[in-house]
Design a protein around this ligand. Sequence first.
Ligand SMILES: Cc1cc2nc3c(=O)[nH]c(=O)nc-3n(C[C@H](O)[C@H](O)[C@H](O)COP(=O)(O)O)c2cc1C
Ligand code: FES
Length: 648
Amino acid sequence: MARLESPADLERFRQQLISHRDPNLPCVTICSGTGCQAYRAEDVADTFVREIEKQGLKKKVSVRPTGCHGFCERGPIVVIFPQEICYLGVSSKDIPEVLSQTIVENRLVDRLLYKDIKTGQSIAYESEIPFYKSQNRILLGNNRLINPRSIDDYIALGGYSALTKALFELGRDKVLQMIKDANLRGRGGGGFPTGIKWETTRNAPGEPKYVIVNADEGDPGAYMNRSLLEGNPHSVLEGLIIGAYVIGSNQGFVYVRQEYPLAVQNVAIAIEQAREYGLLGKNILGSGFNFDVKVHRGAGAFVSGESSALMTAIEGRVGEPRPKYIRTAVSGIEGKPSTLNNVETWANVPLIMNKGVDWFKSIGSESNPGTKIFSLVGKVNNTGLVEVPLGTTLREIIFDIGGGIPKGKEFKAVQTGGPSGGCIPRSMLDMPVDFDELTKIGSMMGSGGMIVMDEDTCMVDIARYFVNFLCEESCAKCVPCREGLRQMLIILNNICSGKGKEQDIELLQEIAEVMQDASLCALGTTAANPVLSTIKYFRDEYEAHIREKRCPAGVCRELITYYILPEKCQACLICLRNCPADAISGSKGIVHVIDQTKCTKCGTCFEVCPTRFEAVVKLSGEPVLASTAGTKVTRRRRGKYGQHKTGN
Ligand SMILES: Cc1cc2nc3c(=O)[nH]c(=O)nc-3n(C[C@H](O)[C@H](O)[C@H](O)COP(=O)(O)O)c2cc1C
Ligand code: FES
C-alpha cells in the first residue's frame, strides 16, 4: 500500500475499499477478544475457514475475526451479517451445521441462540438480546464490525476522517474549543475536563510536549480499556493523533500493561499500519504535522496507573508516584508538559469531531455527557462490558442489562470505582451513575469496574479484601498510606476473626481521615473508601462481628461453625466420605457428628449434603448444640425438607 499523501488520497482509498465490499454477502464474524480466545475462539475461526472451503462456500460467505463484543462469559461469540444472527458458546463441532443450516438453508441453529432468562424463548439477533438492548455502544459498537488488525476495516467505516477534519478543516483552536464545549470528562476516574488538560499542556512552557494513553487498568475485575484497545486500536490512535495536533506534541506513548498481550500486539500492529499509510510519522497526510507513537509495556503494578508513577515508568524508572506540586500536564515526562488520558477518553475524540458537540451532549446529562463503559461482574446473571449513557441508574445496569441476581438471591451492594471505590447499598439503586453522584455518596467512578454482591457477601470481609489488595499494591513511599493501610488491615483481620474491639470502628475512621489528608497520591487518599462506605452503609455488620462475634452473611471462617442437625441427618455417609479433615464421625444408621476441634471450616459438608436432607447448617454467633454422637437416625419421608440450604 502506498502512503496516503492528502485527505483526497484517503477519501479515494476509502471509496475503493467500500466498492470492493458487497454488503449483502453473508459475513461470519468471530469474536477474537481475550475472553473468547480463552474459550478457543481461534479454533472456531480456523474451522470456519476450513469448512467453508470443504462445503464449497467460498464465494457465498466471508469470514472476519473481530474485537470483543462485551458478552465474554457467553463466548465464543459468532455473529452472522447482514442479519446479525448471534450464536453464543460456539464450538468447532457446531460449524458444519451453522454453515449448512444458516448460510445455505437460511435456518437458525436454535441451541446456539440466547435464551431469555425469564421466558426461556430464543432470541436470534444480537441487538435484541436484553444484555445489548438497553446499551448505547457508541465506543464499543465498532468492535463487532471490524478486524482489529486491519486498518482497511477501520478506514472503510469512516476511520481517520475525524483526523482529516481536524487537520484540514477545523485547525487546533477549533478542535480544542469543541472538546471543551462537549465537556468531555476523563474516563480514567476523576472526570477531569479533557479540554482544560489539553490547554494546560499546550500553554505550558517547555518542549517537547508528550501525549499518553493510559491503558494500565489494574483494577481487579475491570477490562473495558483492554477490550477497546485490542478490539478497535485505531479509534484510540486517531484520538491521540488529534490530541497531539492540538497540544503541539510530536511524540506519544501508549502505556499498556504487559498482562494484556493481545492489546499490546494489536496496538503495535495498528501503529505500524498507520505509519505505512502516512497517518503517523512525518508530514501526516501532507499537513506538515509530524507525530509518532511508542508502546510502553507496564509491569503490572496497580499504582503505576497513577499519572506521575506512569510517567516515571516511561522514563525508565520504577513506576512510583511523586509529589505533584506541579501537575503532570505542566511537568510530566522528563519534566516536560505531558497530557495523559484514559483509553476511553481518547476514543471519544474522533466521535466528537465527526458527529459534533450537540450530538455528544445529547447523550448522558448536562454535566456528564457521553457514555461510560462498565465492566459488570460478580453476582449478576449477565456479566460483561456494558456501555451506557452517563446518568443511567444502577438498577437499569444491574437488573435490566445484567439480568438481576442469580439463584433468586437478594441484591446487597455494588462496588464501583475499583479497589478504592465504595460499596453502594440497595437503597441507592435508583441513583444515576455519573462522576459527581458517585463521589457524593463516598464512592467514585474509577475506570468503570462494577462488582455486584448478593446477600451471601460479608461487607466487612469485602472491605478487608480491598484493603489487603491496596496494602500489597501501595508503593509504600509515604507513611500515611503505608502504615494506614497496614493498621487498617490488622484491625479488619481482627474483626473478621472475632477479635474486634468496641473502639475499632472509630479507630478505622480516624486512620481513614489521616490517609485522606496526608497521603502522597490518590491511591492513599482514596484507599479508605471501601472501609468508610461499608461502615456508613453496613455498620450493623461491623457491630455484629465485634459485639456478638457473629458474621451475618456466614462468610468469616473464624466466626462460623458447621453443624449436622441430628433430626435431619439420614446417615448417608456423603459428608463423612468427603470431609478432607476426617472431622466427621458416624456410620450407617447412626447420625453423623462434626468434631469441631478437627474441622477446618472448608464447607465441604455443607456443599455435599443433599438438598433433600439439608442436614448441615452454618451457625454464627450461636453455641453449637451438645454432642449427638451415637444417636440413631430418625427416618424422614423424602421431600419433607426445603430445597434451599439454610444460612446461619
Ligand atoms: C493508584 C491509581 C491507579 C490509576 N490507574 C489508572 C488506570 O489504570 N487507568 C487510567 O486511565 N487512569 C488511572 N488512574 C488515574 C490517572 O492517574 C489519571 O488521572 C488518568 O489516567 C487521566 O486520564 P483521564 O483524564 O482521561 O481520566 C489511576 C490513579 C491512581 C491514583
Ligand atoms: S472476548 Fe468475545 S465477547 Fe468479549
